[in-house]
Design a protein around this ligand. Structure first.
Ligand code: SAH
Ligand code: SF4
Length: 444
Protein backbone atom coordinates (compact mmCIF):
# COMPACT_ATOMS: atom_id res chain seq x y z
CA UNK A 1 0.00 0.00 0.00
CA UNK A 2 1.23 3.53 -0.66
CA UNK A 3 0.45 6.78 0.96
CA UNK A 4 -1.07 9.19 -1.53
CA UNK A 5 -1.54 12.11 0.79
CA UNK A 6 1.02 14.93 0.82
CA UNK A 7 2.02 14.33 4.42
CA UNK A 8 4.50 11.65 5.40
CA UNK A 9 3.14 9.15 7.90
CA UNK A 10 4.78 7.61 10.95
CA UNK A 11 3.88 4.56 13.01
CA UNK A 12 5.18 4.20 16.56
CA UNK A 13 5.19 1.05 18.70
CA UNK A 14 5.78 1.60 22.41
CA UNK A 15 6.93 -1.10 24.84
CA UNK A 16 7.14 -0.88 28.63
CA UNK A 17 6.14 1.68 31.21
CA UNK A 18 4.39 5.06 31.32
CA UNK A 19 7.77 6.79 30.97
CA UNK A 20 8.16 5.21 27.55
CA UNK A 21 4.58 6.10 26.68
CA UNK A 22 5.36 9.71 27.50
CA UNK A 23 8.59 9.58 25.49
CA UNK A 24 6.62 8.29 22.51
CA UNK A 25 4.13 11.13 22.90
CA UNK A 26 7.10 13.50 22.75
CA UNK A 27 8.55 11.83 19.64
CA UNK A 28 5.11 12.03 18.11
CA UNK A 29 4.87 15.74 19.00
CA UNK A 30 8.29 16.41 17.43
CA UNK A 31 7.34 14.56 14.24
CA UNK A 32 4.01 16.36 13.88
CA UNK A 33 5.88 19.65 14.20
CA UNK A 34 8.10 18.74 11.24
CA UNK A 35 5.17 17.77 9.05
CA UNK A 36 4.50 14.08 9.74
CA UNK A 37 1.11 12.59 10.60
CA UNK A 38 0.51 9.55 12.74
CA UNK A 39 -0.93 6.30 11.40
CA UNK A 40 -1.96 3.13 13.19
CA UNK A 41 -1.33 1.05 10.07
CA UNK A 42 2.29 -0.04 9.84
CA UNK A 43 2.09 -0.80 6.12
CA UNK A 44 1.05 2.80 5.33
CA UNK A 45 3.93 4.40 7.22
CA UNK A 46 6.97 6.15 5.72
CA UNK A 47 8.67 5.96 9.10
CA UNK A 48 8.35 3.17 11.70
CA UNK A 49 9.67 3.69 15.22
CA UNK A 50 10.13 1.09 17.96
CA UNK A 51 10.43 2.65 21.40
CA UNK A 52 11.88 -0.27 23.34
CA UNK A 53 11.93 -1.52 26.93
CA UNK A 54 14.47 -3.79 28.59
CA UNK A 55 13.13 -4.10 32.14
CA UNK A 56 12.35 -7.77 31.55
CA UNK A 57 13.59 -10.26 28.98
CA UNK A 58 10.22 -10.89 27.32
CA UNK A 59 9.92 -7.18 26.45
CA UNK A 60 13.21 -7.54 24.55
CA UNK A 61 12.17 -10.70 22.76
CA UNK A 62 8.95 -9.05 21.56
CA UNK A 63 10.96 -6.18 20.03
CA UNK A 64 13.25 -8.59 18.17
CA UNK A 65 10.26 -10.44 16.74
CA UNK A 66 8.52 -7.26 15.60
CA UNK A 67 11.60 -5.70 13.97
CA UNK A 68 12.40 -8.97 12.20
CA UNK A 69 8.88 -9.03 10.76
CA UNK A 70 9.58 -5.74 8.92
CA UNK A 71 12.26 -7.17 6.66
CA UNK A 72 9.87 -7.94 3.81
CA UNK A 73 8.09 -4.58 4.09
CA UNK A 74 11.40 -2.77 3.83
CA UNK A 75 12.28 -4.82 0.74
CA UNK A 76 9.04 -3.77 -0.96
CA UNK A 77 9.28 -0.16 0.17
CA UNK A 78 12.85 1.11 -0.12
CA UNK A 79 12.05 4.62 1.11
CA UNK A 80 10.71 3.29 4.43
CA UNK A 81 12.79 4.46 7.40
CA UNK A 82 12.99 2.23 10.46
CA UNK A 83 14.12 3.73 13.77
CA UNK A 84 14.71 1.92 17.06
CA UNK A 85 15.10 3.86 20.31
CA UNK A 86 14.51 3.72 24.06
CA UNK A 87 15.89 1.82 27.06
CA UNK A 88 16.98 -1.34 25.28
CA UNK A 89 19.29 0.66 22.97
CA UNK A 90 20.92 2.27 25.98
CA UNK A 91 22.35 -1.11 27.10
CA UNK A 92 26.02 -1.66 26.40
CA UNK A 93 26.68 -3.19 22.98
CA UNK A 94 22.96 -3.54 22.19
CA UNK A 95 22.83 -1.05 19.29
CA UNK A 96 25.70 -2.81 17.50
CA UNK A 97 24.11 -6.21 18.14
CA UNK A 98 20.82 -4.99 16.75
CA UNK A 99 22.22 -3.49 13.55
CA UNK A 100 24.14 -6.69 12.91
CA UNK A 101 21.00 -8.77 13.32
CA UNK A 102 18.79 -6.34 11.39
CA UNK A 103 20.98 -4.38 8.92
CA UNK A 104 17.86 -2.81 7.39
CA UNK A 105 17.32 -0.65 10.49
CA UNK A 106 18.14 3.00 9.62
CA UNK A 107 18.37 4.90 12.90
CA UNK A 108 19.19 3.81 16.44
CA UNK A 109 19.20 6.24 19.35
CA UNK A 110 18.90 6.07 23.14
CA UNK A 111 16.89 7.60 25.96
CA UNK A 112 19.01 10.73 26.38
CA UNK A 113 18.89 12.22 22.90
CA UNK A 114 15.44 11.64 21.44
CA UNK A 115 14.92 15.39 21.07
CA UNK A 116 17.58 15.28 18.33
CA UNK A 117 15.52 12.84 16.27
CA UNK A 118 14.68 15.30 13.41
CA UNK A 119 18.41 15.90 12.95
CA UNK A 120 19.08 12.13 12.70
CA UNK A 121 16.18 11.74 10.32
CA UNK A 122 17.46 14.31 7.85
CA UNK A 123 21.02 12.91 8.01
CA UNK A 124 19.75 9.44 7.18
CA UNK A 125 17.50 10.72 4.38
CA UNK A 126 20.46 12.52 2.81
CA UNK A 127 23.11 9.86 3.22
CA UNK A 128 20.98 6.69 3.09
CA UNK A 129 23.28 4.99 5.56
CA UNK A 130 22.45 3.67 9.03
CA UNK A 131 23.07 5.94 11.97
CA UNK A 132 23.69 4.96 15.59
CA UNK A 133 23.62 7.74 18.21
CA UNK A 134 23.73 6.59 21.81
CA UNK A 135 24.71 9.03 24.54
CA UNK A 136 26.03 7.57 27.80
CA UNK A 137 24.99 10.54 29.85
CA UNK A 138 21.98 12.76 29.98
CA UNK A 139 21.92 16.35 28.59
CA UNK A 140 20.18 17.69 31.71
CA UNK A 141 16.47 18.33 31.36
CA UNK A 142 15.24 19.54 27.98
CA UNK A 143 12.10 21.65 28.35
CA UNK A 144 9.62 22.69 25.71
CA UNK A 145 9.48 19.51 23.61
CA UNK A 146 6.06 19.36 21.89
CA UNK A 147 3.90 16.46 23.11
CA UNK A 148 1.24 14.74 21.04
CA UNK A 149 -0.84 13.04 23.74
CA UNK A 150 -2.98 9.98 23.22
CA UNK A 151 -5.83 11.13 25.46
CA UNK A 152 -7.69 14.47 25.49
CA UNK A 153 -8.80 13.98 29.08
CA UNK A 154 -5.83 12.77 31.10
CA UNK A 155 -2.09 13.33 30.69
CA UNK A 156 1.22 12.16 32.08
CA UNK A 157 3.53 14.88 33.35
CA UNK A 158 7.08 13.82 34.11
CA UNK A 159 8.40 15.48 37.27
CA UNK A 160 11.72 13.66 37.46
CA UNK A 161 13.95 11.54 35.28
CA UNK A 162 16.29 8.65 36.09
CA UNK A 163 16.82 6.68 39.28
CA UNK A 164 19.52 6.47 41.96
CA UNK A 165 18.25 3.42 43.79
CA UNK A 166 20.04 0.57 42.06
CA UNK A 167 17.71 -2.22 43.14
CA UNK A 168 19.90 -5.23 42.33
CA UNK A 169 17.54 -6.73 39.73
CA UNK A 170 16.82 -3.52 37.85
CA UNK A 171 18.31 -2.08 34.70
CA UNK A 172 16.54 1.31 34.87
CA UNK A 173 19.35 3.30 36.58
CA UNK A 174 21.75 2.12 33.86
CA UNK A 175 19.52 3.05 30.93
CA UNK A 176 17.76 6.14 32.29
CA UNK A 177 20.66 7.78 34.10
CA UNK A 178 20.82 9.55 37.46
CA UNK A 179 17.87 11.13 39.19
CA UNK A 180 17.09 14.72 38.20
CA UNK A 181 14.00 16.77 39.04
CA UNK A 182 12.20 19.31 36.91
CA UNK A 183 11.79 22.85 38.20
CA UNK A 184 8.32 23.19 39.81
CA UNK A 185 7.46 26.25 37.73
CA UNK A 186 8.03 24.26 34.51
CA UNK A 187 5.75 21.50 35.82
CA UNK A 188 3.08 24.04 36.73
CA UNK A 189 3.36 25.72 33.34
CA UNK A 190 2.85 22.39 31.57
CA UNK A 191 -0.17 21.58 33.72
CA UNK A 192 -1.78 25.00 33.19
CA UNK A 193 -1.29 24.59 29.46
CA UNK A 194 -2.98 21.17 29.64
CA UNK A 195 -5.93 22.63 31.55
CA UNK A 196 -6.35 25.33 28.91
CA UNK A 197 -6.75 22.51 26.38
CA UNK A 198 -9.44 20.82 28.48
CA UNK A 199 -7.44 18.16 30.34
CA UNK A 200 -8.93 17.19 33.70
CA UNK A 201 -6.47 14.71 35.21
CA UNK A 202 -2.71 14.55 35.37
CA UNK A 203 -0.41 11.78 36.56
CA UNK A 204 2.91 12.97 37.93
CA UNK A 205 5.53 10.53 36.70
CA UNK A 206 8.92 9.47 38.00
CA UNK A 207 10.73 6.26 38.92
CA UNK A 208 10.68 7.39 42.53
CA UNK A 209 8.45 10.45 42.88
CA UNK A 210 8.90 10.65 46.65
CA UNK A 211 12.47 11.75 46.30
CA UNK A 212 11.42 14.63 44.02
CA UNK A 213 13.26 17.89 44.57
CA UNK A 214 16.79 16.74 45.39
CA UNK A 215 19.24 19.36 44.15
CA UNK A 216 16.60 22.02 43.45
CA UNK A 217 16.88 25.51 44.89
CA UNK A 218 14.84 26.78 46.70
CA UNK A 219 14.21 23.49 48.48
CA UNK A 220 11.04 21.63 47.64
CA UNK A 221 9.74 18.17 48.58
CA UNK A 222 7.23 15.95 46.78
CA UNK A 223 4.60 16.82 49.41
CA UNK A 224 5.23 20.54 48.73
CA UNK A 225 4.82 19.91 45.01
CA UNK A 226 1.50 18.10 45.54
CA UNK A 227 0.22 21.01 47.62
CA UNK A 228 1.33 23.52 44.98
CA UNK A 229 -0.26 21.65 42.10
CA UNK A 230 -3.43 21.13 44.10
CA UNK A 231 -3.96 24.90 43.99
CA UNK A 232 -4.04 25.06 40.19
CA UNK A 233 -7.49 26.17 39.12
CA UNK A 234 -9.39 24.04 36.64
CA UNK A 235 -7.50 20.84 37.43
CA UNK A 236 -9.76 18.09 38.76
CA UNK A 237 -7.54 15.16 39.60
CA UNK A 238 -3.89 14.52 40.46
CA UNK A 239 -2.31 11.07 40.45
CA UNK A 240 1.32 10.07 40.88
CA UNK A 241 3.60 7.11 40.37
CA UNK A 242 5.84 5.42 41.36
CA UNK A 243 6.29 5.64 45.13
CA UNK A 244 9.28 3.90 46.64
CA UNK A 245 8.32 2.71 50.15
CA UNK A 246 11.61 3.88 51.65
CA UNK A 247 10.92 7.50 50.65
CA UNK A 248 7.17 7.77 51.23
CA UNK A 249 7.00 10.14 54.20
CA UNK A 250 4.16 10.92 56.62
CA UNK A 251 4.13 14.38 55.04
CA UNK A 252 3.28 12.88 51.61
CA UNK A 253 0.54 10.72 53.15
CA UNK A 254 -0.89 13.82 54.88
CA UNK A 255 -0.67 15.80 51.64
CA UNK A 256 -2.62 13.12 49.77
CA UNK A 257 -5.26 13.23 52.47
CA UNK A 258 -5.46 17.04 52.63
CA UNK A 259 -5.34 17.90 48.94
CA UNK A 260 -8.83 17.56 47.46
CA UNK A 261 -7.56 16.96 43.92
CA UNK A 262 -5.05 14.25 44.82
CA UNK A 263 -6.72 10.88 44.27
CA UNK A 264 -6.90 8.21 46.96
CA UNK A 265 -4.66 5.68 45.25
CA UNK A 266 -1.08 4.78 46.06
CA UNK A 267 0.98 2.47 43.89
CA UNK A 268 3.51 1.10 46.33
CA UNK A 269 5.71 -1.64 44.87
CA UNK A 270 6.70 -4.12 47.57
CA UNK A 271 8.66 -6.55 45.30
CA UNK A 272 8.87 -9.21 48.07
CA UNK A 273 7.37 -9.95 51.48
CA UNK A 274 10.62 -11.41 52.83
CA UNK A 275 13.03 -9.09 54.62
CA UNK A 276 15.92 -11.32 53.56
CA UNK A 277 15.03 -11.00 49.88
CA UNK A 278 14.30 -7.28 50.19
CA UNK A 279 17.83 -6.86 51.54
CA UNK A 280 19.29 -8.81 48.61
CA UNK A 281 17.22 -6.61 46.29
CA UNK A 282 18.67 -3.48 47.96
CA UNK A 283 15.19 -2.11 48.59
CA UNK A 284 16.18 -0.59 51.93
CA UNK A 285 13.02 -1.39 53.91
CA UNK A 286 11.90 -4.46 55.83
CA UNK A 287 8.64 -6.40 55.65
CA UNK A 288 7.64 -4.86 58.99
CA UNK A 289 8.39 -1.31 57.84
CA UNK A 290 6.36 -1.84 54.69
CA UNK A 291 3.40 -3.24 56.64
CA UNK A 292 3.54 -0.32 59.05
CA UNK A 293 3.62 2.13 56.14
CA UNK A 294 0.53 0.57 54.56
CA UNK A 295 -1.18 0.60 57.95
CA UNK A 296 -0.44 4.34 58.33
CA UNK A 297 -1.70 5.05 54.80
CA UNK A 298 -4.95 3.19 55.43
CA UNK A 299 -5.42 4.93 58.79
CA UNK A 300 -4.85 8.39 57.32
CA UNK A 301 -6.56 8.21 53.93
CA UNK A 302 -10.13 6.89 54.02
CA UNK A 303 -11.09 4.55 51.16
CA UNK A 304 -7.55 4.52 49.78
CA UNK A 305 -6.66 1.88 47.19
CA UNK A 306 -3.24 0.27 47.33
CA UNK A 307 -1.63 -1.41 44.36
CA UNK A 308 1.81 -2.92 43.97
CA UNK A 309 4.50 -4.67 41.92
CA UNK A 310 5.82 -8.07 43.05
CA UNK A 311 8.72 -10.10 41.70
CA UNK A 312 8.55 -13.88 42.07
CA UNK A 313 11.64 -16.09 42.03
CA UNK A 314 14.40 -13.62 42.86
CA UNK A 315 17.74 -15.49 43.30
CA UNK A 316 17.86 -17.27 46.65
CA UNK A 317 14.08 -17.06 47.25
CA UNK A 318 13.19 -20.12 49.34
CA UNK A 319 9.70 -21.59 49.81
CA UNK A 320 9.65 -19.80 53.13
CA UNK A 321 10.55 -16.44 51.57
CA UNK A 322 7.81 -16.92 49.02
CA UNK A 323 5.31 -17.78 51.79
CA UNK A 324 6.25 -14.42 53.33
CA UNK A 325 5.25 -12.72 50.08
CA UNK A 326 1.95 -14.63 50.00
CA UNK A 327 1.13 -13.82 53.61
CA UNK A 328 1.97 -10.14 53.09
CA UNK A 329 -0.29 -9.98 50.03
CA UNK A 330 -3.08 -11.69 51.99
CA UNK A 331 -2.68 -9.30 54.90
CA UNK A 332 -2.66 -6.13 52.78
CA UNK A 333 -5.42 -7.16 50.38
CA UNK A 334 -4.17 -5.22 47.39
CA UNK A 335 -6.64 -3.60 45.02
CA UNK A 336 -4.48 -4.94 42.22
CA UNK A 337 -0.89 -5.89 41.53
CA UNK A 338 1.54 -6.33 38.67
CA UNK A 339 3.25 -9.65 39.23
CA UNK A 340 6.51 -10.51 37.47
CA UNK A 341 8.72 -13.55 37.11
CA UNK A 342 12.27 -12.55 38.00
CA UNK A 343 14.22 -11.96 34.80
CA UNK A 344 18.06 -11.81 34.55
CA UNK A 345 19.22 -8.43 33.30
CA UNK A 346 22.66 -7.79 31.84
CA UNK A 347 24.89 -5.66 34.05
CA UNK A 348 22.78 -5.94 37.21
CA UNK A 349 24.19 -7.45 40.45
CA UNK A 350 21.33 -9.96 40.79
CA UNK A 351 22.32 -11.65 37.54
CA UNK A 352 25.63 -12.62 39.14
CA UNK A 353 24.04 -13.95 42.34
CA UNK A 354 24.01 -17.65 43.17
CA UNK A 355 20.90 -19.80 43.60
CA UNK A 356 18.84 -18.77 40.61
CA UNK A 357 15.38 -20.30 40.87
CA UNK A 358 14.37 -22.96 38.32
CA UNK A 359 11.73 -21.75 35.83
CA UNK A 360 9.14 -24.36 36.86
CA UNK A 361 9.39 -23.34 40.53
CA UNK A 362 9.05 -19.67 39.57
CA UNK A 363 5.93 -20.46 37.54
CA UNK A 364 4.33 -22.51 40.32
CA UNK A 365 4.89 -19.68 42.80
CA UNK A 366 3.63 -17.14 40.29
CA UNK A 367 0.33 -19.03 39.87
CA UNK A 368 -0.17 -19.16 43.64
CA UNK A 369 0.48 -15.45 43.99
CA UNK A 370 -1.83 -14.48 41.14
CA UNK A 371 -4.62 -16.44 42.84
CA UNK A 372 -4.15 -14.51 46.09
CA UNK A 373 -4.03 -11.18 44.25
CA UNK A 374 -7.14 -11.97 42.21
CA UNK A 375 -9.03 -12.87 45.37
CA UNK A 376 -8.25 -9.56 47.05
CA UNK A 377 -8.93 -7.66 43.84
CA UNK A 378 -12.41 -9.23 43.57
CA UNK A 379 -13.08 -8.63 47.24
CA UNK A 380 -12.08 -4.97 47.00
CA UNK A 381 -14.19 -4.46 43.89
CA UNK A 382 -17.22 -6.06 45.59
CA UNK A 383 -17.06 -3.32 48.22
CA UNK A 384 -18.10 -0.83 45.50
CA UNK A 385 -21.42 -2.54 44.66
CA UNK A 386 -24.46 -0.29 45.15
CA UNK A 387 -22.26 2.70 45.92
CA UNK A 388 -22.11 5.94 43.95
CA UNK A 389 -18.69 6.85 42.58
CA UNK A 390 -17.27 9.90 40.85
CA UNK A 391 -15.96 8.80 37.44
CA UNK A 392 -13.90 10.82 34.97
CA UNK A 393 -15.36 9.80 31.60
CA UNK A 394 -12.54 8.92 29.20
CA UNK A 395 -14.52 7.73 26.17
CA UNK A 396 -16.37 4.72 24.84
CA UNK A 397 -15.58 1.30 26.25
CA UNK A 398 -13.28 -0.70 23.96
CA UNK A 399 -15.20 -3.95 24.43
CA UNK A 400 -18.70 -2.54 24.25
CA UNK A 401 -19.12 0.74 22.40
CA UNK A 402 -22.62 1.20 23.76
CA UNK A 403 -20.98 1.91 27.11
CA UNK A 404 -18.75 4.65 28.43
CA UNK A 405 -15.58 4.04 30.37
CA UNK A 406 -13.65 5.87 33.03
CA UNK A 407 -12.02 5.54 36.42
CA UNK A 408 -12.97 6.24 40.01
CA UNK A 409 -10.68 8.42 42.12
CA UNK A 410 -9.25 5.17 43.51
CA UNK A 411 -8.29 4.07 39.99
CA UNK A 412 -11.01 1.44 39.43
CA UNK A 413 -12.07 0.95 35.84
CA UNK A 414 -15.82 1.50 35.39
CA UNK A 415 -17.84 0.64 32.29
CA UNK A 416 -21.26 2.22 32.41
CA UNK A 417 -24.38 3.28 30.60
CA UNK A 418 -24.33 7.05 30.31
CA UNK A 419 -24.51 10.19 28.22
CA UNK A 420 -21.70 10.38 25.64
CA UNK A 421 -21.81 14.18 25.85
CA UNK A 422 -20.20 13.71 29.24
CA UNK A 423 -16.90 12.43 27.80
CA UNK A 424 -14.15 14.47 29.46
CA UNK A 425 -16.36 15.28 32.45
CA UNK A 426 -16.75 14.03 36.01
CA UNK A 427 -20.03 12.21 36.56
CA UNK A 428 -21.65 10.24 39.37
CA UNK A 429 -22.09 6.58 38.54
CA UNK A 430 -24.05 4.02 40.52
CA UNK A 431 -22.06 0.79 40.65
CA UNK A 432 -24.39 -2.06 39.81
CA UNK A 433 -22.04 -4.99 39.52
CA UNK A 434 -18.45 -5.70 40.51
CA UNK A 435 -16.38 -7.89 38.20
CA UNK A 436 -12.92 -9.27 38.96
CA UNK A 437 -11.04 -6.47 37.20
CA UNK A 438 -13.67 -3.79 36.56
CA UNK A 439 -16.97 -2.36 37.73
CA UNK A 440 -20.26 -2.06 35.84
CA UNK A 441 -22.45 0.96 36.44
CA UNK A 442 -25.14 3.40 35.38
CA UNK A 443 -24.80 7.16 35.27
CA UNK A 444 -27.07 8.90 37.78
N1 SAH B 1 10.58 2.63 39.59
C1 SAH B 1 9.52 1.77 39.80
C2 SAH B 1 9.31 0.71 38.74
C3 SAH B 1 10.36 0.33 37.80
S1 SAH B 1 10.23 -1.05 36.76
C4 SAH B 1 9.71 1.13 41.16
O1 SAH B 1 10.74 1.18 41.76
O2 SAH B 1 8.76 0.57 41.64
C5 SAH B 1 8.63 -1.71 37.02
C6 SAH B 1 8.61 -3.02 37.73
O3 SAH B 1 9.26 -4.01 36.96
C7 SAH B 1 9.34 -3.06 39.06
O4 SAH B 1 8.60 -2.52 40.10
C8 SAH B 1 9.60 -4.53 39.25
O5 SAH B 1 8.57 -5.17 39.93
C9 SAH B 1 9.67 -5.06 37.82
N2 SAH B 1 11.04 -5.44 37.45
C10 SAH B 1 12.11 -4.64 37.30
N3 SAH B 1 13.20 -5.39 36.98
C11 SAH B 1 12.81 -6.68 36.92
C12 SAH B 1 13.47 -7.92 36.64
N4 SAH B 1 14.76 -7.97 36.38
N5 SAH B 1 12.73 -9.04 36.67
C13 SAH B 1 11.41 -9.01 36.94
N6 SAH B 1 10.74 -7.88 37.22
C14 SAH B 1 11.43 -6.73 37.21
FE1 SF4 C 1 14.45 0.11 39.27
FE2 SF4 C 1 14.51 0.23 41.93
FE3 SF4 C 1 14.89 2.47 40.49
FE4 SF4 C 1 12.47 1.33 40.56
S1 SF4 C 1 13.58 2.21 42.31
S2 SF4 C 1 13.53 2.07 38.75
S3 SF4 C 1 12.95 -0.85 40.67
S4 SF4 C 1 16.22 0.70 40.56
Amino acid sequence: MTNNSEKKLFFIATYGCQMNEEDSEKLSGILKKIGYDRTDIKEDADLIIFNTCCVRENAELKVYGNIGALKSLKKKKHELIIAVCGCMMQQKGMAEKLIKKFPFVDIIFGTHNSYKFPEYLSTVKQNRTSLIEIQDTEDGIIEGIPIDRKSDVKAFVTIMYGCNNFCTYCVVPYVRGRERSREPQNIEKEIKNLISKGYKEITLLGQNVNSYGKGLEPKITFADLLRRINKIEGLERIRFMTSHPKDLTKDVIDAVNECDKVCEHIHLPVQSGSTKILKKMNRRYTREQYLKLVHDIKQTIPKVSITTDIIVGFPGETDEDFEDTLSLAKEIEYDSAFTFLYSKREGTPAKEMKDHIPEDVKHQRFEKLVKVINESCSKKNAEYENKTEEVLVEGFSKNDITKLTGRTRTGKLVNFVGNSEHIGKLVDVKIIKARSFSLEGKEL
